[in-house]
Design a protein around this ligand. Structure first.
Ligand code: HEC
Length: 87
């Protein structure tokens, strides 16, 4: 599940979401693409994303990666929720 490279997924995400703010897409790949490929927002309901992102903070600290700031967390959650599946 661990992957050193996320360049393929990065292209995919950028191509997929042309209609939305590209800064948030880049944030998703940057914050969520280093241990596994960045998840697709539509794989979860909006209400589920916050808990996932917060759990990933634990993984970050376990791997001695700096945790995301509140600003970064909100940025990525906002993007994930905006593009999540209907519930
Ligand atoms: C430090 C490494 C690391 C980073 C960075 C990371 N993840 Fe994960 N992720 C994991 C590990 C390890 C698992 C498997 C264990 C688990 O589910 O908690 C996982 C599993 C997942 C899963 C599948 C499990 C589920 O609940 O559906 C999703 C979705 C996910 N991550 C989303 C994200 C998002 C969104 C981000 C960015 C905010 C992110 N990950 C960043 C390590 C990471």
């Amino acid at each position: 599940m661990l992957s050193a490279s996320c360049s393929v997924e990065e292209d995919t995400i950028e191509n997929r979401a042309l209609s939305s703010g590209s800064e948030n897409q880049i944030a998703l790949v940057e914050y969520c693409g280093s241990c596994h490929v960045a998840p697709k927002p539509e794989t979860k309901a909006a209400k589920d994303w916050r808990a996932v992102v917060l759990r990933m903070q634990v993984h970050r600290s376990q791997q001695a990666m700096p945790v995301l700031t509140e600003l970064e967390i909100n940025e990525v959650i906002e993007y994930l929720m905006k593009h999540s599946k209907e519930q």
